[in-house]
Design a protein around this ligand. Structure first.
Ligand SMILES: Cc1cc2nc3c(=O)[nH]c(=O)nc-3n(C[C@H](O)[C@H](O)[C@H](O)COP(=O)(O)OP(=O)(O)OC[C@H]3O[C@@H](n4cnc5c(N)ncnc54)[C@H](O)[C@@H]3O)c2cc1C
Length: 294
C-alpha cells in the first residue's frame, strides 16, 4: 500500500479494486488493484515516486480508447491522468496537459484561430495516449506537431524531450514506461470559421465510415505496409464474425464492436480467428494496434 502520509494528503481519487471497464471505450475488463487519479502534476510526481519506492508496478490510463484490459483486471497501480486537462496558448504553441482530450485541444485551438491540428479532429482519447501511440488520420499524425514532450520517469523526475526522427513510428513512440505529462504542439494562424468547418467535416466523415466512440476501441490492427487492415479483413470474409457479443463491425471491419457484456477473452479469440483468416487468404500477418494489458 502507499505510505499513509501520501494517502492523507492526496487530493485526487485513490481507490482499491477500482473497476476499469467503464473507463475504456470497449467497456471491457476487470478492476485495478490500486487506482490513482492525481489532481495535479505535483501529485502525479508524488504518486509515481511513492510507487517506485515501494516497488509497486504501475500502468498509465488515458481515455481508454485503444486499450484491452484483461477480464481478471490488473495487479499493481493504474494511474489515470483524467484530471490533468489544462490547455493554453503560449507563443505560437498550444500547450496541453496529458489528460486533455484531443477533441478539447482541437476545439480550443480552432476557437483561438490556431490551425495545424486538423488531422487529430475526431480521434477519441487524451493527449498522453495520442503521443504514446502516435495517433493520426489520413491527414497526418501527432508526431508532425509535437514540438516537445514532458516525460516523467519511474522515480518521478521530469524531462523535456524534443522528439528526433527516431522518437515516433507508425502508431508507436519511444515513450516506453515513462508518463507523458504535457506537450507543446505546433500551430499556425488560420481562420477560426474555416477551422471549425474543417473539424466538422472530419467528424462527418468519421460518422459515415466508423461506429461511434463507445463499444469499440478504434482500429484493432495496424495497417500493413501499403494496404489497409480493414480492407483485408473485409475481403477475407470476416465481417459479421463474432465471439459472444463482440463482433467484427459491419461498418468498418477493423473495428470490433461490443454489443454489451463482452469479455477480453471474446476479443482475444476473435482477434486470433481474424488474424489467422487474413494470413491464410493473403499471407499477411496483422499486428495489433490496440494495447493489451496482459
Ligand atoms: C471510434 C474510435 C476511433 C478511433 N480513431 C482513431 C484514429 O483515427 N487514429 C488513431 O490513431 N487512433 C484512433 N482511435 C484509437 C484511440 O483513440 C487512439 O489510439 C488514442 O490516441 C488513444 O488514446 P487514449 O488516451 O484513449 O489512450 P489509452 O487507450 O488509455 O491508452 C493507450 C496506451 O497509451 C498509454 N498511455 C495513455 N496515456 C498515457 C500517458 N499520459 N503517458 C504514457 N502512456 C500513456 C497507455 O498506457 C496504453 O498503453 C480510435 C478509437 C475509437 C474508439
Amino acid at each position: 500500500m502507499l505510505p499513509v502520509a501520501l494517502q492523507n494528503r492526496f487530493k485526487g481519487e485513490l481507490a482499491a479494486e477500482h473497476p476499469l471497464a467503464p473507463l475504456t471505450t470497449w467497456r471491457i475488463g476487470g478492476p485495478a488493484e490500486l487506482y490513482l487519479e492525481p489532481a495535479s502534476p505535483e501529485e502525479l510526481a508524488d504518486a509515481v515516486h511513492a510507487l517506485w519506492r515501494i516497488g509497486m508496478p504501475y500502468r498509465v490510463l488515458g481515455g481508454g480508447s485503444n486499450l484491452l484490459v484483461p477480464d481478471r483486471g490488473v495487479r499493481g497501480a493504474v494511474l489515470s491522468l483524467a484530471r490533468l486537462r489544462g490547455v493554453h496558448f503560449d507563443e505560437e504553441i498550444v500547450v496541453a496537459e496529458a489528460g486533455a482530450l484531443l477533441h478539447q485541444i482541437v476545439s480550443k485551438a480552432a476557437e483561438w484561430g490556431c490551425g495545424g491540428l486538423e488531422a487529430l479532429a475526431g480521434i477519441p482519447g487524451q493527449l498522453g495516449g495520442a503521443i504514446f501511440g502516435n495517433a493520426g488520420s489520413r491527414l497526418g499524425s501527432i508526431s508532425e506537431v509535437a514540438m516537445w514532450i514532458d516525460l516523467m520517469d519511474e522515480d518521478g523526475t521530469l524531462e523535456r524531450v524534443v522528439p528526433d526522427g527516431q522518437f515516433f513510428r507508425y502508431r508507436a513512440s519511444k515513450v516506453g514506461t515513462r508518463v507523458v505529462v504535457r506537450a507543446g504542439l505546433a500551430v499556425r494562424p488560420d481562420d477560426a470559421t474555416r477551422l471549425q468547418e474543417s473539424k466538422h467535416e472530419m467528424l462527418r466523415e468519421r460518422l459515415a465510415t466508423q461506429p461511434g466512440w463507445i463499444g469499440n476501441a478504434g482500429c484493432v490492427f495496424k495497417n500493413p505496409d501499403g494496404d489497409s487492415a480493414g480492407r483485408l479483413i473485409d475481403a477475407a470474409g470476416c465481417k459479421g464474425w463474432h465471439e459472444g457479443p463482440v463482433a467484427v463491425s459491419a461498418i468498418h471491419a477493423n473495428f470490433f464492436e461490443n454489443a454489451g457484456g463482452g469479455r477480453a477473452e471474446d476479443v482475444r479469440k476473435l482477434t486470433d480467428r481474424v488474424r489467422a483468416q487474413v494470413d491464410r487468404q493473403f499471407g499477411v500477418e496483422l499486428r495489433m494496434e490496440v494495447r493489451r494489458w496482459d
